[in-house]
Every structure is written in C-alpha cells, then in structure tokens.
Design a protein around this ligand. Sequence first.
Ligand SMILES: NC(=O)c1ccc[n+]([C@@H]2O[C@H](COP(=O)([O-])OP(=O)(O)OC[C@H]3O[C@@H](n4cnc5c(N)ncnc54)[C@H](O)[C@@H]3O)[C@@H](O)[C@H]2O)c1
Ligand SMILES: [Zn+2]
Length: 382
Amino acid sequence: LTEAVEADGAPTAPHIELHCAPPGFAPTRIRIGVGVAESPSAFASLCAPTSVALVDGGALDERPDLAPLELPLHVVDGGEACKTIEHLERVLRVLATHGVTRDGVLCVVGGGAVGDLGGLAAALWLRGIAHVQVPTTLLAMIDSSVGGKTAIDLPEGKNLVGAFWPAREVYVDPGFLRTLPRREIRSGIGEALKIAIGLDAELFAAFEARVGQTDAGDVDPGEAATANALDPRLDAGWATTLVERCIRNKIDVVERDPTETGPRRLLNLGHTIGHALEAVSSYRRAHGIAVARGLFPIVRLARDRGLLAPDDAERITRLVRSCGFAEKNRPPFEDLEPFVRRDKKALAGGATLRAVLPTGIGSSEVVEVGLDELRAAYESSG
Ligand SMILES: NC(=O)c1ccc[n+]([C@@H]2O[C@H](COP(=O)([O-])OP(=O)(O)OC[C@H]3O[C@@H](n4cnc5c(N)ncnc54)[C@H](O)[C@@H]3O)[C@@H](O)[C@H]2O)c1
Ligand SMILES: [Zn+2]
C-alpha cells in the first residue's frame, strides 16, 4: 500500500496502484483502496477547467458529499435504462453546453451502466477526450471500469453501439458499496467467481476458504452465513483482495488482447447462457447472477467433452452452489435458444458457438460448441 500526495498537496488514503497499458491505447492508472475517492478533490484535481462529471443517481444517494465536486454535475438514473441513444445525446449536449475542450475530462461516477454511457460519450466528444472512472458497484469495480469497453444498447439488443476507449484513471473505492443492494453485491460476486474459475486458482481457493469448503469435504454454514462471508462490505481486507485480484486478471488479458480477438474472450466464461438468461428475463435478472447460473451447463459440457476432470467439475459446481447461485426455476432451453443464436459469439447462423469452457481450476479455453451439445448440457445440469 502506498500513500500519495496529489498535485494540490492533499494526501490520499493508502491504496494499491496498478497500471493497464494495452498496446495501441493510452495507459490507465488504477488506484484501489477504501477512501481513495473520499475527498472529491482526489479526482477533481485531475480535471482540467472545462471538465464535467456524470454521476449515477444511486451513488449520489450514498455520497451526497460528491455534490460539491468542483465540476458541473450531470446526474442520471443508473441502471441499464440509461444506456440509450437519448441519454448519450444528453451527455454530449452537456459537454457542448460547458464548452468542454480537448484537454477536458469527463469524470464518470457510477455503476457499469453509467460507466459504459460516460465512456462512450468521452470516446465520441471531439473524437475522444479523457475520462476518469469512479466505479460505485461491485461489478463496475472488479470488471467494467477497467479494459476500455464502452457501449449503449439499441431496442434490437444490448451493447450494440460502442467503442474501445480506456479511462485515464480509475478510482476504486469499496466505501461506495455501503448502500449497494444485496442483489448488486451478488451480481459482482457472480462475475468474480467467473474470474476465479477461468483464470485464477488462488482466488478460487480464497472463495472456498470463505464459504468454509475445502478439498477435505464441505461444511454447510447456511445461506445467511455464506452471504456474510462473501460480503465485501463486512471485511475491508476481502473487498480489497476481491477487487485487486479481479482487476489484475483483467489487466493481464486486456494487455495481451485489447480488442477481444484472443485471450480476452476468456472473460466471457458463463456468458453464453448467462446473457440468454438475462435477456429472457427482460434484464430483471442481474448480469453477474445470470453469469454465475450460466456456469453450471458450461462446466457440465467441459466435463462431458473430457476437457475438465470430473473432480474439478465437482469442485467448481459445489463452490458456485455454495455461493448461493443454485438454479431455481430455470427457463426451458427453448426460451433461451433464440438469444443464444443471436449471441455475438455465434457462428454459422447460430448452429455453432464459440464458448469458453473451464479446463481446470483457474484455467479455461475458447472452444467451438454445437447448439445441440449446449442444449444437452443445459438440460442435464439442472
Ligand atoms: N464495459 C465493460 O467491460 C462491462 C463489463 C461488464 C458489464 N458491463 C455493463 O455494466 C452494466 C451493469 O453494471 P452494474 O452491475 O454496475 O449495474 P448498474 O450500473 O446497472 O447499476 C445497478 C443499480 O445500482 C445503482 N447504484 C450504483 N452505485 C450505487 C451505490 N454505491 N449504492 C447504491 N446504488 C448504487 C444504480 O443507480 C443502479 O440502479 C451493464 O450495462 C453491462 O453491460 C460493462
Ligand atoms: Zn459479464
């Protein structure tokens, strides 16, 4: 942990500093620590005179002290509903109204949805200005604020319009999680599990230890105890481990493959079925929860193909279940099929897909999978 002093002389809280420098893009500096965004000046000092802040209304409830952030604030209601052309236009018009110049910065404070919207506005305004991300949900902290993907939705589908435009700075302050609803915490935990399973055996072991499970057998501590054991709000050390490990893994794949033509695809573990479960619920199911549920069929498929040892398959399934993502009221595969076929990773009109399969604890591979094979795995993993 390092202490730092900002340009204006103000010290910032102890934090971990990481850098993400994918080839072809400006690097991102990432600071992780409770309190790094505590003083608005911590990130306001980065901003040029013509900068503007885009703030998630949900986060503003938690941190009304953001209001004196010495920047014009544009507040939006967070959540998927803000990722529209209309909201994008509004943000661009705010930048126009304030005469934001090329050296201006858009400070984006919020969940992944506001982050995606703000990042895209920054990518488009004057063909690209810098943005600073201050993620306020667990999912945005561990995943979406790093890596440069920005997007909005169309009525025809999610994330159809976007750009790769990494933030200049990311301030990850777990203090923002205090007011986050339980469902959003679970959603972040679901994405973190995906990272643990596909990329990080050490994080996987940390999860097992927290839910009281070891190779020697499992103890069932009960649902509430498990939820508490996994809740980053109750243990600052765990919050930091979770965020830091996930971000380090993300940096690693993004630096090797910034535009997702190779290893970055591994971050899509669980997403083939996960996206379909989200879509079929009209996005009422939280993203990370759907992803966690999407892990069961994919583990089954990997095992049936002989890519994943039965013991590892059992260990993964047991952990995902113990973390509270056991399947309840699963829709039949027929309901998911149209969405699976339309997946960005679909090939040959949807009869074949590129899916990520776990090949061990903390390792995974992109594999072509037949739709029939996926259906069979889904039906037998219930
Ligand atoms: N760009 C990427 O790489 C990437 C990766 C994963 C997901 N995403 C996108 O992220 C979005 C999901 O993001 P999310 O899971 O962060 O949820 P979200 O942004 O939809 O936010 C969920 C809710 O939490 C509220 N909220 C935000 N911060 C809060 C706080 N501190 N306290 C209380 N409430 C708060 C929001 O107002 C909203 O109502 C999706 O649109 C998804 O496509 C992008
Ligand atoms: Zn995801």
